[in-house]
Design a protein around this ligand. Sequence first.
Ligand SMILES: *[C@@H]1O[C@H](CO)[C@@H](O)[C@H](O)[C@H]1NC(C)=O
Ligand SMILES: *[C@@H]1O[C@H](CO)[C@@H](O)[C@H](O)[C@H]1NC(C)=O
Length: 428
Amino acid sequence: MCFKTKQSIHVDRSLYIYNDAATGAAVTPAGQIKLNMAICHASWVLTVVVVVVVVAGAAPHHLLVRGASDDDGGPSSPSALAGCDLFRGRWVADKSYPLYDASTCPFVPDVFDCRRNGRPDDAYLKFRWSPANCRLPRFDGADFLRRWRGKTVMFVGDSLSMNQWVSLACMLHAAAAAPVRATFTSGEPVSSVRFEDYDLSLVLYHTTFLVDVVQEDIGRVLKLDSMQNASEWLAAHLLVFNTWHWWTYRGASQVWDYVQDGNSTYRDMDRLTAFSKALSTWARWVDADVDASKTRVFYQGISPSHYDMSKQQQESQAAGMAPGLVGGGGSCLKQTRPLQEATDAAGGGGTTTSLLAPVQAVVRGVIDAMTAPVSLLDITAMSQLRIDAHPSVYGGPGRDGMDCTHWCIAGLPDAWNHIMYAMLLQQT
Ligand SMILES: *[C@@H]1O[C@H](CO)[C@@H](O)[C@H](O)[C@H]1NC(C)=O
Ligand SMILES: *[C@@H]1O[C@H](CO)[C@@H](O)[C@H](O)[C@H]1NC(C)=O
């Protein structure tokens, strides 16, 4: 198990900004995941540790019911959501949030456990996403557990996928009937939380690019049209994919030496082009191999970061191709409130938001061209407002960096899952 805890942020003129989006995970006897924030090169050792967590005591059902305040949770029928853009809206302060208490959720890795790591403010936990033109149905975890009984929900991607996976595991853990019997396994590339009484598995399949990186004689080759192990994802009934951040890394953070496109191998390639080709490979695979009558497919969308950059750095990024980054509102340190307007996020003259626009356009373009029904969790804009929701310096023991990429748990990814739940209701 590679288990370095190096986490550094490179705010320099090269095009990568941070190198902490890895998700090698290990389990301590206490059952807590430790996120491996270092980049583990080709020497991954598969480690699977099984921990059965039996949490006695009352599950905090009341926390979920309390989420039903105001306009959140009225009798919003699935059909009422039709035609509503769930991703356009605003963050509303709501004292009944969060949906669960992270300190009672056994799956939260140190790096996401901001309060336990000493984050003093908690207002960031108490915001509810409110779509502009409709009501989000109340998140009903018991209903989710019932509907997905006997099934497998799989998140495939990098540490932003891990963020959403942990969030859903906690949301369901809080809703499951006590005592909750969950089996928690952690390994590389597969980790899972299985709710025994519901025969429901939430699986995380860690992959940075969706396509393959293969060790060859010349070095590590990123293969834009190869997905050797994708068949391992076919068993799932709900698949949620994500890749982006790793495409931007250069220098020591880059985990490949060559990039291969068809029969041609290159030292490097325009990163947005490479991302687009790989996503097209993924799309062809979904179209051809995923049985739409059995498996629902989501794409997580582009999760923004909030690093403060100088104008010059922004310009060099814009010229070279953007990392998954939005700054301009300052770094995420000591931010305790969401930004009020999406335009705030583009404070530095509008360039920062536009950095992500081409990436979002690629994602939309690829998904629109697919024959298979794939739902886009278009989380970018709603997440750009949440400059307050990152770990910043509360990323845990041994971490001296500033994490403005991931999200605290509880927190923002709960809203991603809440919307995914609403979209699933709508389409059943
Ligand atoms: C596919 O899975 C096998 C077995 O786990 C592993 O050895 C191999 O490295 C994987 N291939 C890629 C390209 O990730
Ligand atoms: C790649 O090389 C193989 C074998 O030489 C050939 O059959 C194939 O057509 C080539 N593919 C492309 C895209 O050029």
